[in-house]
Design a protein around this ligand. Sequence first.
Ligand code: WT7
Length: 634
Amino acid sequence: MALDRELTDVLSESKKFYPPSAQLRKNANVPDYEKMLKQAAKNPLKFWEEAAHDLHWFKDWDKTFEDKKKPFYKWFVNGKINLAYNALDRHMGTPVEKKLAIIFEDETGVERKFTYKQLYHEVNKLVNALRGLGVRKGDRVAIYMPNIPEIAMAMLACAKIGAMHSVVYAGFSAKALADRINDAKAKVLFTADGSFRRGKVIDLKSIVDEALKETKTIKKVIVTKNNKQKIKFNKRRDVWYKDFVKGQSTEAKCAQMDAEDPAFVLYTSGTTSKPKGVIHVHGGYATGVLRTIKWVFDLKGDEVFWCTADPGWITGHSYIVYGPLLAGVTTLQYEGMPDIPKPDRIWKVVEKYKVNVLYTAPTLIRAMMKYGTAWPKKHKMPSLKILGSVGEPINPEAWKWYYTHVGKRRCPIMDTWWQTETGMNMITPLPSASLKAGSACKPFPGIIADVVDKKGKSVPVGKGGYLIIKNQWPSMIRTIYNNPKRYIKTYWSQVKGAYFAGDVAFKDKDGYFWIQGRTDDVLKVAGHRIGTAEVESSFVAHPSVVEAGVIGVPDPIKGEVIVAFIILNQRAKPSDELKQELKMQVRKGIGPLAVIKDIKFVDKLPKTRSGKIMRRVLKAKELGLPLGDTSSLV
Ligand code: WT7
């Protein structure tokens, strides 16, 4: 199996440990990593049952786990709970209510803060207003917003009502938004006038207006004023957020949900052009997210937690919005770029708000490395305790830079491997672990993972194979919205009885996991997950294109960027203008996140006998690597 990362690099790193400091071990929520792993492995169900007791349940569950209808597993059967209640209501009347729930800053320097009590009141007003519109338990609400407090409010209000939110990352195009609204048949849409990016304003509202031409289900659009720019307003359909909540009561009843009731749907890319609506539920999701955030980031309760992801991705759901609030700590939302106006904006924000945990992505670290060490050196960042990394494999070089210049060799890095589907960190160190630069270490307590071949057999130490999860866990995906068959096929049909992650990995002799990247149908561009098939179908929508094959190639900052091989129809002439037009076509189909590095016009694409494009062969040729097994090539 072809491994994308430079194995030699990684293998030499696999011998070197970075042990935790004695101080850290002494005070950590989990003082002994290896011991805890062994202890939880004895009885994972008991482990998760105990974790669930950290939450408020309206009614206790009858049974911790049920596998009667595999792979439609159930957790905390007949328990009654609400995700938003645990994030907010539960803290009322406790000292947490006076603490800051959200600190917000945007690129231009505007600052807003909300205590838990204030956030609770804001969410309640929104709950009442949404109920007034007729939003009920089980309805779907779409959210297309920047990283501002109102996105968290919208998510929490939906959860409190028991309506499912579907957050669509605000970098997606009008078409991508429309497709997701249509799949979920969302009734209401939250958006904003615009969002800040690199000193410019992205006009979100006009993207929404265009998307809504292709949808029929949205009755109301709730618009937050974020940039004060002029936008078109459809008086019958659109309402300003401020007017929407005006005069509403600051108290609202919370829906008592079944533990297995869906809390939200979040679309993610897979191997076909249609994105998958991943379903997460109230009880198990809350359990997994709370336990992981507390243990991985060693939260004691008074931290400022900054996850630099966007709420439009699962990282933002779990570790910007729900995780920090479930744990009763302060979450920081920063809307904008980390290097505006200068390359040390990110370190300045850390110092200004005394951030204790910084959870970011390798692509951002590499972008900051490019500016040199002088920028982080200017900032001591004494508040930082723990660093995190997520989204793609972190190369040892970036790991060491992050460790040395940001964490000042004082803060351990939690390299957390997980996915939209897993809901929570799955393979990760804890602060008491001995780290290795570039390894996500071992499965979280209560998780059993392995690296196997196609037949499901464990591969030897140091050999690449497929990453699987051998047991079930509370915050796992429950199904794909409107497509349970695809749920079974994608995750539970590759290796018998195990969850198939779609990643390639190997284990070293100490049992540490080294994640290598996706199997070849899903790309990771700046940590954003994009399906090759989605990009190909955008290209093919252009009248000049007959066929397209798309691959990811390594990029020093973004991790991966896209190279496309295009077959044109006979009338079309290859030209630079056409390349430009085709790039725009992908921007329209998916959004600016799908960065196309190069387009190559070709006469033929390598295919299997059954007509599937062999992207592996395209990739090997592009990178000048051995072609591997081509026996099925025609
Ligand atoms: C894919 C999931 C939930 C995380 C944010 C992205 C890759 C994620 C790591 C890591 C190596 C990683 C995997 C995974 N990935 N974290 N620490 N080391 N690879 O969620 O968009 O669902 O993507 O991201 O390839 O399958 P996602």
